[in-house]
Design a binder for this molecule. Structure first.
Ligand code: KIV
Length: 275
């Protein structure tokens, strides 16, 4: 069953919504098969896959390339894509770029920022484009070092007001990143759209993590959980391959194809006569 926004809204405060970042076709196939609700092509592709220093280096071309690969692997999940740095600086540019993503197969677009993004969300909504807001820690604005948001009265109030304004502007989902659990719970209870937390505690309507972090690629983070030791397992496989090729134990006859003996005899005879 294809998951759309209406379906995701029925899950609010009923059943947690599962979201994972995804950057390539084989991983998209696995996430879709596993039943992940939202497969999300995040601009974290820059630091996690492309070797960039931070999110500001990610371009529309990068995002479209990875979105198209992920699209080929997704059948049921809602496919969300990040507007990369400066691709949504003004209304016209945001609408143009979001339409490019929809033409590549995205179901909706996510954009970082607080109350200042209300005009952009309004314009996208007027164009019938489904948006996911993203408040709290915004890597495009705050950089890769993530501090917790919502620890003072003023900051908690600003976050709660921003979430309400973005929802009123038409956002269909909202990511809460690195926000105190208490403030995330208040936002979840006060907006009528699903909240998706990352480092935002237990009471959001859903959770998102970066696929690299659950697989054990790269450094561990407090907000994430490792379900696999990819780095170690992959390094072991690479070392074994290297060793077996170097010492001649790979390939074996089982990895090899043969020409039938009578055909080989003809080749050898022809070779002799041709010399
Ligand atoms: O790009 C990304 O991975 C994100 C998540 C942190 C939500 O925006």
């Amino acid at each position: 069953m294809k998951k759309n926004i209406a379906y995701l809204h029925t899950k609010k405060q009923q059943q947690p919504i599962t979201v994972l970042t995804c950057y390539d076709y084989p991983t998209a196939c696995l996430q879709d098969e596993a039943g992940i609700d939202i497969v999300f092509v995040g601009d974290s592709v820059g630091t996690n896959i492309l070797g960039y220093k931070n999110e500001t280096e990610v371009t529309m071309a990068d995002m479209r390339h990875h979105l198209k690969a992920v699209r080929r692997g997704v059948t049921d999940a809602y496919l969300l894509v990040d507007m990369p740095y400066a691709s949504d600086s003004d209304v016209k540019q945001a609408v143009t770029n979001a339409k490019l993503f929809l033409s590549d197969g995205a179901d909706g677009v996510k954009l970082e920022g607080g109350i200042e993004k209300v005009p952009i969300v309004t314009a996208l909504t007027e164009q019938g484009i489904e948006t996911c807001a993203h408040i709290g820690h915004n890597p495009q604005i705050h950089g890769t070092k993530a501090a917790t948001h919502g620890k003072t009265f003023a900051k908690a109030k600003r976050l709660i007001e921003a979430a309400a304004a973005l929802a009123d502007a038409g956002a269909k989902l909202i990511v809460l990143e690195k926000i105190t659990e208490e403030v995330s719970q208040i936002i979840t209870e006060t907006v009528d759209i699903p909240t998706i937390g990352i480092g935002a505690g237990r009471y959001c309507d859903g959770q998102v993590l970066v696929i690299n972090d659950i697989l054990g690629i790269g450094p561990p983070f407090k907000h994430a959980k490792r379900y696999q030791d990819y780095n170690h397992l992959t390094f072991e496989a690479i070392c074994q391959y290297h060793e077996e090729v170097a010492n001649g134990t790979f390939p074996t006859d089982a990895n090899t194809s043969h020409i039938p003996p009578d055909k080989l005899a003809r080749v050898q005879k022809w070779l002799k006569s041709a010399r």
